[in-house]
Each structure stands twice: as structure tokens, then as C-alpha cells.
Ligand binder design. Structure first.
Ligand SMILES: C[S@@+](CC[C@H](N)C(=O)[O-])C[C@H]1O[C@@H](n2cnc3c(N)ncnc32)[C@H](O)[C@@H]1O
Length: 261
């Protein structure tokens, strides 16, 4: 009898699946209209215009799919490279979703631990659930170094100064309202140890995160340029929590250059 061994790999889903679906449906509708007009040899300029927009919608949907599955991972690896982890840190991933960043961090922490928190919005990521994240960690062989907790970024269920490093990717922009996002940043600083580091990748509000972190007492802030190898383009902000009473880490000006570790 033929036995087939199937090696399953983690599946990280698709970000903003509703947006991707709408773009694909619009592209399909515009194609049908455009080709219909072309076949009838009528309104050729209108047909060309419809087909141009169909192409744009299709390209945007494909770029978003590629970013969800591949491009985002490249940016996460770049962000983790900047953190230069020692391998024994306690790391928190805020808005971990199905665990791509959580698991990538756990791979770099042979003696450390990563906790992921999320509210599991399926609007923000397809099939989002703590069980899927735990299963992905198991498939990646890092389950024993990963914990998953249901919690809102604005109210983290951890004591002060618990984590060495806090990371987050494409999560904070989903929180509506500047004050609400600032509350999440304030919580992240609260649960970070003195001298601990924060690294955030996001598609919007990144300069504001840096300003808010600076106001909240973080130091050594750096904002990277938008990375156009993914779509939508992502920016990174890096910061360090100033230990109480230390004056030397006066916040640097927020730069437009590449972040440095
Ligand atoms: C686009 S997904 C990104 C997930 C993961 N960081 C990644 O890059 O694969 C955004 C995630 O943020 C989570 N999220 C949105 N609002 C949140 C909040 N207030 N607190 C915690 N997580 C939140 C969503 O549930 C979702 O899992």
C-alpha cells in the first residue's frame, strides 16, 4: 500500500481579506464590461479605460496577497535583524494574528519566550484565531517557546516591566482614533522593562507613533523610510524605554533614514 507523508507548513492567512475580495470582484466586473464592449466593437476608448482600471485593481489585489504571504515576512526579518536579539529575551508581539512575526521571533530565541496578544479580528486577517496561531507554532516547531493570549492592545493583561522587547506588525493602525492608538503605545511602554526596545512595522500613522512614544518617555527613536518592496508600503519605528532617572538617552530627532539598531 502506498503511504503518503504530508508535511504541513504554517499558514498565515491573508491580511484585509475583504479588501482583496472587493478588488478582485471589481477587476472581474470591469473585465466583463470592457471585453463586452470590445467584442461589440463599440465604445473602444471606454473599453480600454475599463480594462486599464481592471488591471489596476487586479495588480493591487495580487500585490496585497504577495505581501501577506511573502513580502511582509521579509520586512519582519529586517525588523528583527535591527533588534539583534541575544536569544534569551521575553518578547511580546502586539496584534500577533496567525503568528508570522511571533514565530519568526521565537525561531531567534532558543532560550527565550514570545507572547502574542490579539483580539482575533477576521476582518483584519482571514481565519484569525488563537487555535490557528498555536497550531502554526506547533508546525514551525516553536510551540514550547510561544504563548498566545486574548487581549486588547489598549489594556495589556501583564504587570509593569515584564518584557525585554515588544514588536508589532500591521496591528496598531486597526485601532480607531489617535488617542486609542496612543493608549496602546502607552501600555506597550508600561509592560516594557527599562532599557527594553520597541519595534513597530505599520502602513499608517508611523511618524505619529514615534512622536507619541517620545512624549510618553521613550528614547532613541528612529523612523525608517517607507519600504516599497511590499504593498501597501510599510514603515518601521524603533524606540528604547529610558530607565527611570537616566538623562543620557535624550530622544533623538525622528529621522527619515533607515533605522539603525
Ligand atoms: C493585519 S493583521 C496582522 C497580524 C500579524 N501581526 C501579522 O503581521 O501577520 C492585524 C491584527 O491586529 C489585530 N488587532 C486589531 N486591533 C487590535 C487590538 N485593539 N488589540 C489587539 N490586536 C488587535 C487583529 O485582530 C489582527 O490579528
Amino acid at each position: 500500500m502506498l503511504t503518503q507523508s504530508v508535511t504541513r507548513k504554517p499558514d498565515y492567512g491573508v491580511d484585509a481579506p475583504g479588501v482583496v475580495r472587493v478588488l478582485l470582484l471589481v477587476a472581474l466586473g470591469l473585465c466583463v464590461l470592457g471585453f463586452g464592449l470590445l467584442l461589440g466593437l463599440r465604445w473602444v476608448w471606454l473599453a480600454a479605460w475599463l480594462l486599464f482600471w481592471a488591471f489596476c485593481c487586479l495588480a493591487e489585489a495580487l500585490a496585497m496577497l504577495w505581501t501577506s504571504r511573502v513580502g511582509k515576512l521579509l520586512e519582519m526579518r529586517r525588523m528583527l535583524d535591527h533588534l539583534v536579539l541575544c536569544g534569551d529575551e521575553e518578547v511580546l508581539d502586539v496584534g500577533c494574528g496567525r503568528g508570522m512575526l511571533l514565530i519568526e521571533a521565537a525561531r531567534r530565541l532558543p532560550k527565550g519566550h514570545v507572547t502574542g496578544i490579539d483580539i482575533w479580528s477576521e476582518h483584519d486577517q482571514s481565519g484569525n484565531s488563537p487555535l490557528v496561531t498555536q497550531e502554526n507554532a506547533r508546525l514551525a516547531g516553536v510551540a514550547e517557546r510561544v504563548s498566545v493570549v486574548t487581549a486588547d492592545a489598549r489594556q495589556l493583561p501583564f504587570p509593569a516591566e515584564r518584557f525585554d522587547v515588544i514588536v508589532s506588525c500591521l496591528a496598531l493602525h486597526n485601532i480607531h482614533g489617535r488617542e486609542e492608538r496612543r493608549q496602546a503605545l502607552s501600555e506597550m511602554l508600561r509592560v516594557l522593562k527599562p532599557d527594553g526596545r520597541i519595534a513597530i512595522l505599520d502602513l499608517a500613522h508611523v511618524k505619529q507613533y514615534a512622536r507619541d512614544l517620545q512624549d510618553l518617555g521613550a528614547s532613541q527613536l528612529t523612523v525608517g523610510r517607507p519600504s516599497w518592496r511590499v504593498f501597501p508600503p510599510l514603515r518601521m519605528v524603533l524606540a528604547r524605554k529610558l530607565p527611570a532617572g537616566r538623562e543620557d538617552g535624550a530622544a533623538e530627532a525622528v529621522s527619515g533614514g533607515q533605522p539603525s539598531a
